[in-house]
Design a protein around this ligand. Structure first.
Ligand code: NAP
Length: 243
């Protein structure tokens, strides 16, 4: 069903983005793998081991012109862009009264503006084709807030609003747009959390454990196969919040 489709995933060198790339490769999709600082040969080889193409494209999604280049390069290389996954994201945590303007701006620039930049350019192509799937990675924090993450929570709540607006705007063009809101997932992003914080988090999660990147990847594949779901937020969080 997804075999032969082109999937562009941002920030896919590791963590959730890499797991999403592997999951789509297993479905027979060709992968345009965006990365910022670098991607290992092992990751590219692992994706290719499923018999698909994997084309790495360097670029910072917070840069509007660069985002256009990433989209254009994908279309030039594969002839299409069927599925866009806006996964690239960062945290720069700190309490509100100590948060610097720079740490606020950089998180909003990458997490929210980056999602706009990539979708803005990919949608131009998808609208012409009259089809497409857009999947945005938000966060449980965008729905419930979190101490020390005013910038991150604002960016991820913004992604949810943006997802719904895009879904309404592009639905008549046969383009779906949904968000996945992961809970706490075992990646480098959460590896910085101290043991006692992880314990506290686990206590708040009915399933009593953090999620795996594959839990998010499997939801992305599900959404790509679902043609009548749009404008939704799929919470994947072990029951941490129930909306
Ligand atoms: P991660 O392991 O830190 O990976 C994030 C990836 O995004 C990295 O490969 C990073 O590349 C890339 N990236 C950062 N800024 C970028 C930019 N400007 N342009 C292109 N790529 C960029 O984090 P993760 O946990 O997999 O997170 C993936 C997504 O899930 C993020 O949007 C995050 O907010 C979201 N999320 C994560 C969790 C969690 O618990 N892990 C929970 C909810 C939501 P470099 O390393 O080269 O900078």
């Amino acid at each position: 069903m997804l075999k032969g489709k082109t999937v562009l995933i941002t920030g896919a060198a590791k963590g959730i983005g890499k797991a999403i790339a592997v999951a789509f490769a297993k479905e027979g999709c060709n992968i345009a793998l965006n990365y910022r600082s670098g991607v290992s040969d092992e990751v590219i080889a692992e994706i290719k081991s499923y018999g698909v193409e994997c084309f790495p494209i360097q670029g910072d999604v917070s840069d509007f012109a660069k985002s256009k280049e990433i989209v254009d390069t994908t279309v030039e290389r594969f002839g299409s862009i069927d599925i866009l996954v806006n996964n690239a994201g960062i945290t720069k945590d700190g309490l509100l009264i100590r948060m610097t303007e720079e740490n606020y701006d950089s998180v909003l620039d990458i997490n929210l503006k980056g999602t706009f930049n990539m979708t803005r350019h990919a949608a131009t192509y998808m609208v012409k084709e009259r089809k497409g799937t857009i999947i945005n990675i938000s966060s449980v924090v965008g729905a419930m807030g979190n101490i020390g993450q005013v910038n991150y929570a604002a960016s991820k709540a913004g992604v949810i609003g943006m997802t719904k607006a895009i879904a309404r705007e592009l639905a008549s063009r046969n383009i779906t747009c949904n968000a996945i809101a992961p809970g706490f997932i075992e990646t480098d992003m959460t590896a910085v959390l101290k043991e006692d914080i992880v314990k506290q988090l686990e206590d708040q999660i009915p399933m009593k454990k953090l999620g795996k990147p594959e839990d998010i990847a499997q939801t992305a594949v599900f959404l790509a196969k679902s043609h009548y779901i749009t404008g939704q937020v799929i919470h994947v969080n072990g029951g941490m919040i129930m909306c």
